[in-house]
Structures are given as structure tokens and as C-alpha cells.
Ligand binder design. Sequence first.
Ligand SMILES: *[C@@H]1O[C@H](CO)[C@@H](O)[C@H](O)[C@H]1NC(C)=O
Length: 194
Amino acid sequence: MWDVLFLFSSICTVVVGAAKTVTGYIGEQLDIRCPYESGYESNAKYFCKGECNIGTKNIMVKSGSIARDQRFSLTDNKTTRVFTITITDLRPEDEGQYWCAVEGTVYDRYSEIMLLVKFGSFVIVVTAEALVLLLIGFPLVIVALRKRKKNKSLLLSSIIESSPVLYKQIEDTGHYCTPEDRDTYTTVVYSSVS
Ligand SMILES: *[C@@H]1O[C@H](CO)[C@@H](O)[C@H](O)[C@H]1NC(C)=O
């Protein structure tokens, strides 16, 4: 399965195999398997992000050293000759090009990983719930708003009930106004009470 390939991308690296696309989900853990050939068991392994050119290697995690980003870890199974990169709490910015790398005396052997980060199924559930809320909630809001309009007359009766003096004042003031002005005045009182 491991066709040793061609392609010297620089003096000191060799690309092994075809690029592999791996998909992970936001907030979840992802294991990336990096198989390697027999004879490299004791070599150091690392996981590099981006172009990973000599001199600008962005090494996320390397065997035998602590990762800068604690979400990245590396375990090497020398029996199965697979080293596994584990990324916890996956984030959208983790998406992109990576390289599984095996350090060599002459050159490092690279195999390319394309990491895609997607929204998990839980997000879809939330969205579906939001949609249901919108469909049920929106008519409810309209009904509530209509009720509020009707309640304006209820508000007046509650004024009469709770504060007869205030109501008397409203009524008395109204007597000195033309009917149009009276309506305006009452409206003002409503809004200041509510
Ligand atoms: C390597 O993988 C084999 C097969 O899955 C397993 O039995 C073994 O315990 C693993 N070794 C390590 C060091 O994880």
C-alpha cells in the first residue's frame, strides 16, 4: 500500500504516498493516522502545518517533546508502524494542509494531510430547534402584540381599580380638553404607565 514516491520537494524532504483528506468536527477530537515504512521505528516523528519548508517549519507536535498547543499530541506505535496525531477541541482555524513527517538522516519523509473542519451534527440539531422556535415563536409574538393592543383598555380599568385618584385626575383633565386632545392625553398617560 505504501508506494514510495518520487517528488523531491526540496533537497531534504521526500514525499511519500498521495495526499490524504481527513475530516473533523468543531469541538470534537480527531485522530490522524500516519503509517510509515519498516526501518523507521526509532526515528523521530512530527506533524507539521502549512508548506513546511526547510527553515519555516511550523511543527505542531514532535515525538519526545511537548507540543506548544496542548490540543496536539503524538503517539507512535512501533509494532503497527503507525504514529497517531490526536487533536482535541477541533477549531475552524485548524483546517488546512499538514504533513506527517518521519525524520531521517539524509532527508525527512513527508506524507500530506488535508484537514477539513466541519460543523458537527449537534449544530444542525440546534439550527433545527431554532427553526422550529422561529416557526412557532413568530406567530406567538404577533398574537402577543395583538393582545397587548387590546389590553390598553384593560390597562385603563386597572388604573381605575388600583388608583381611583389618578383615574379621576385623568378624567378631570380630559374635561377641559376638546375630545381629540383628550384622546391624545390619555394615550400619553397609557404609555407612561406601561
Ligand atoms: C500497537 O497496536 C497494536 C495493535 O492495535 C496494539 O496491540 C498495541 O498495544 C499497540 N502498542 C502501543 C505501544 O500502543
